[in-house]
Ligand binder design. Structure first.
Ligand code: CA
Length: 231
């Protein structure tokens, strides 16, 4: 059916595969299932979906490796990815987000949660025009990339070029956790790779300028062990 969003699910446990497929299809999505990443990636050579849902532990290449390959593939890299992780695998979550997963769901999960996450990720990914817009606005803060200007509640805020870039990237990815490494790469370039403390220092300066009370940030949230999120 035209207009139906297509989702590729890689999951080696057939009962979870069927459960996810059944419920997503009942919610109007078209779902193709795969038992391995290799099988799914070879399908992508001819047919590209609108979203991927990847289990982590799989025979053959694991979910992280699939994610890595998706993010390196010109035709696939912009597509949303949700990871399925097992309970208690804290490291998985960090690594998944570092590699560019849009969200993750911990097994066992409820169907309601699954559907809500899929809908939310589609909603977020369907606003690409927001990313290229030169003016972004959220919570009383407006950032104008062309004029290089930040205004909060009608007052102009002076930011350094790095603070400006940092704020811009966080606002463009509003609601999404941005890891320190990703921020470092986008704002400072690869040369500084590993110097993640630089990010923390600049976030601190940025908060002093944009937050009402920088000890209780309302705009830039710290996500423990990962990075920051503009809320
Ligand atoms: Ca598995």
């Amino acid at each position: 059916m035209p207009g139906k969003k297509s989702i590729y699910l890689v999951e080696d446990e057939s009962h979870i595969q069927q459960l996810v497929k059944y419920n997503l299809e009942a919610n109007g999505y078209s779902v193709s299932t795969f038992f391995s990443g290799e099988e799914m990636l070879s399908r992508c050579e001819t047919d590209i979906p609108d979203m991927f849902i990847l289990d982590v532990m799989l025979p053959g290449i694991d979910g992280y490796e699939i994610l890595r390959r998706i993010r390196q593939n010109t035709n696939l890299k912009a597509l949303p990815v949700i990871m399925l992780t097992a309970k208690g695998e804290e490291f998985d979550r960090v690594l998944g987000l570092e590699l560019g997963a849009d969200d993750y769901i911990t097994k066992p999960f409820s169907i309601r949660e699954l559907i809500a996450r899929v809908k939310a990720v589609f909603r977020r990914s369907e606003q690409p025009q927001e990313v290229s817009q030169s003016v972004l606005s959220a919570g009383g803060i407006t950032i104008d990339s062309e004029r290089h200007e930040v205004v909060k509640d009608g007052k102009k805020i002076e930011l350094t070029p790095k603070e400006f870039e940092l704020l811009k990237i966080l606002m463009q990815n509003r609601g999404k956790v941005m890891s320190r490494d990703v921020l470092l790469e986008k704002v400072w370039g690869f040369d500084y790779y590993g110097e993640t403390r630089t990010v923390d220092v600049h976030i601190r300066y940025l908060r002093q300028k944009i937050e009402n009370d920088d000890s209780k940030p309302e705009y830039i949230e710290t996500v423990r062990g990962i990075g920051y999120r503009f809320i």
